[in-house]
Design a binder for this molecule. Structure first.
Ligand SMILES: [Zn+2]
Length: 240
């Protein structure tokens, strides 16, 4: 199966999809701009096929016929487009990249090409949710010391809880004492809002990777239950 954003689907000349593991397995990856994701905040402005495989976690382009693909297990795939369909971007947003500001950086990149924040539409795909994303108190401290630490201070209750949010039978039992459950989506949403994106222009799709083993790959789940590595692909493209 695949998920499609109504916001992105309404933009002329844009195609996109958030694929589950089954569709990802048969997807032709040679269609994608080849990047090596490194959990950072660098974004490539794609103007031609790169000579070497760039180590970036985001790609922005106005080219047609180039599919930007993001491969994820528990991190958030973020697809973005200008309302007029002239600019698109794909981001890999795990906690590290988000804490280093990849979401704000993407909005700055659109802005550098004349696209105001209010004209950017965003969709997020499958990722590990706060039903399953157990973290330690040390993790919260680490996050406080990143460029996004101000959000952790200002929105602590939104980002962290002392119990899983809406767990289900597939959610893991707590592994540590005094754990916290982290809301990665809220962390990313807060940064998009901070960068000037309107809440109504953020479409949050799909399910938790951990607790849907039949359709989604999860790095965290594999650390608990050894299994074949599976990932999901999310992609966006301008068509000429
Ligand atoms: Zn879950």
């Amino acid at each position: 199966m695949a998920w499609f954003s109504r916001l992105l689907a309404d933009i002329p000349g844009i195609r996109h999809a958030f694929l589950d593991v089954h569709e990802s397995a048969v997807f032709d990856k040679s269609r994608l701009v080849d990047i090596k994701q490194v959990h950072g905040a660098n974004i490539l402005h794609l103007t031609e096929t790169p000579a070497q495989r760039p180590q970036v976690d985001g790609v922005l382009t106005s080219l047609t016929g180039k599919s930007i693909g993001i491969v994820t297990a528990d991190c958030i795939p973020v697809l973005m487009a200008s309302r007029d369909g002239r600019w698109i971007a794909g981001l890999h947003a795990g906690w590290r990249g988000a804490a280093q500001g990849i979401l704000q950086e993407s909005v700055r990149r659109f802005s550098a090409h004349g696209v105001a924040a209010e004209d950017i539409l965003v969709a997020t795909g499958p990722h590990i949710r706060a039903c399953c994303y157990e973290v330690s108190g040390a993790f919260r401290q680490t996050l406080l010391e990143t460029p996004a630490g101000y959000l952790v201070r200002d929105y602590a209750e939104q980002l962290f809880s002392s119990w899983p949010k809406t767990p289900n039978p597939n959610s893991p039992a707590a592994r540590e004492e005094n754990s916290l459950w982290f809301d990665l989506l809220a962390f990313c949403q807060l940064q998009l809002l901070d960068a000037g994106i309107s809440r109504k222009h953020i479409d949050c799709l799909a399910a938790c990777t951990y607790c849907h083993p039949e359709i989604l790959g999860s790095y965290r789940r594999r650390t608990h239950q050894p299994a074949t590595k599976t990932q999901q692909i999310s992609w966006i493209e301008r068509i000429g």
